[in-house]
Design a protein around this ligand. Structure first.
Ligand SMILES: *Cc1c(COP(=O)(O)O)cnc(C)c1O
Length: 394
């Protein structure tokens, strides 16, 4: 049985939306995108939403709007996708890695405080796998002088104590990349409560220009534009934006299916001492973007091989970022500086999770995990585990 890691659910109706844009003269950012921005602002109950052509370019636009650059430090989690750190590095600022909580795998005010210093200009908390960092607690601890930019690439639908993305931060950034809960192939969005930041973002998202193409040709007359600050090319074309409104309307209904499947995985694996999972928060909605499990480091790669041989797609989200060659060599990080991220990164793998995943296919995934772990254990019987999972915490 083949169970792919991911399947998108775009189809004929979506193709019609794209065809609709082809009828208009403006293929790039225009009325379609603006309507999506209004829909996003309404969903998150915030005054400003700006579409971008990726999370990463949206993050560069945000850091530029906040004037973050050489000499500045930005705190990011060690357990995340590389893009979270790369955008900081690209702008000549220094990404400073904080470790994560051993149970929730999220940044906390304490793990951030351990690496914060006089050069800290911003924190980028990542709502890893779809579970929200306590941004309110970060704000309370670090005040308003340090900017908080939420990495919501995994978390569109999530909530914590009633707060959605953007509620307590300077800006929250989404990704609509191919595998995310909402996708247009490549894309993203920035939401913010701060009007003056939104005004700067409109420029830094489009080369630093004071007016976009649609505005320059308003009412048939050409209007001059100026450039007062440096920007990046980060606007989303209407051709792609047209794929978003239907998905935004349906995202909460789809979350119910993701939640149901995630609970089935949890029920199957709870109580097996070989498998660890992300601890759930109370009074929270998990966006259920990914379903990772963690096994002993020496079991991880053999487990992936067996799952692949059984037709089950899986990936690793993620290995500890400061230990990837570029960051380890550039900044001289060692594994003991981020022990939780290091150990989770050596043992984690993500299983298929998407609304159209059939229960029968999921049962095949679950059975394959147990079959693989039993087989690997029998083969290596008597050999002691190199690093017991218990080292990670509860
Ligand atoms: C996917 C992802 C990104 C990058 O998103 P792009 O839209 O591909 O730039 C950033 N952070 C996290 C945590 C991600 O998973």
């Amino acid at each position: 049985m083949q169970v792919p890691f991911y399947k998108h659910q775009l189809g004929v109706a979506d193709a019609a939306h794209v065809a609709g844009v082809l009828e208009s003269p403006m293929l790039t950012s225009g009325d379609v995108g603006r309507a999506v921005e209004a829909k996003l602002a309404a969903y998150f109950d915030l005054p400003h939403a700006l579409l971008t052509n990726s999370w990463s370019n949206g993050a560069v636009a945000t850091l530029l709007a906040l004037d973050i650059g050489p000499g500045d430090e930005v705190i990011v989690p060690a357990m995340t996708f590389i893009a979270t750190a790369n955008v900081v590095e690209l702008l000549g600022a220094k990404p400073v890695f904080a470790d994560v909580d051993p149970d929730t795998l999220l940044l906390t005010a304490e793990t951030v405080a351990a690496v914060a210093g006089p050069k800290t200009r911003a924190i980028i908390p990542v709502h890893l796998y779809g579970q929200m960092v306590d941004v309110k607690a970060l704000r309370k601890k670090f005040g308003t002088k340090i900017a908080i930019i939420e990495d919501c690439a995994h978390c569109f639908e999530g909530q914590l104590a009633g707060g959605r993305p953007g509620a307590y931060s300077d800006a929250a950034l989404f990704s609509f990349y191919a595998t995310k809960n909402i996708t247009c192939g490549e894309g993203g969005a920035i939401i913010t409560r701060r009007s003056e930041l939104a005004e700067k973002l409109k420029m830094t998202r489009l080369h630093g220009m004071s007016a976009g193409a649609a505005d320059r040709f308003k009412a048939g007359a050409y209007n001059h534009w100026d450039m007062t600050r440096l920007g990046v090319k980060a606007n989303l074309p209407d051709l792609l934006a047209a794929l978003l409104p239907d998905q935004i309307s349906r995202v909460d209904a789809k979350l119910k299916k993701r939640e149901h499947l995630a609970k089935r995985y949890e029920d199957a694996f709870t109580g097996d001492s070989r498998i660890r999972m992300q601890a759930p928060l109370t009074d929270a909605t998990h966006a259920r973007h990914l379903f990772p499990i963690c096994v002993a480091p020496e079991l991880r790669d053999p487990l992936i091989q067996t799952l692949n041989a059984n037709g089950v797609g899986c990936t690793v989200n993620y290995r500890s970022v400061p230990m990837l060659s570029y960051y380890a060599e550039t900044y001289g990080y060692s594994p003991d500086q981020h022990p939780v991220s290091q150990l989770w990164g050596q043992g984690t793998l993500s299983l298929p999770l998407y609304p159209t995943l059939e229960v029968k296919a999921q049962d095949h995934v679950i059975a394959s995990v147990f079959e693989a772990l039993d087989a690997i254990e029998t083969k290596s019987a008597g050999r002691p585990a190199s690093q017991p999972l218990q080292q990670l915490g509860a």
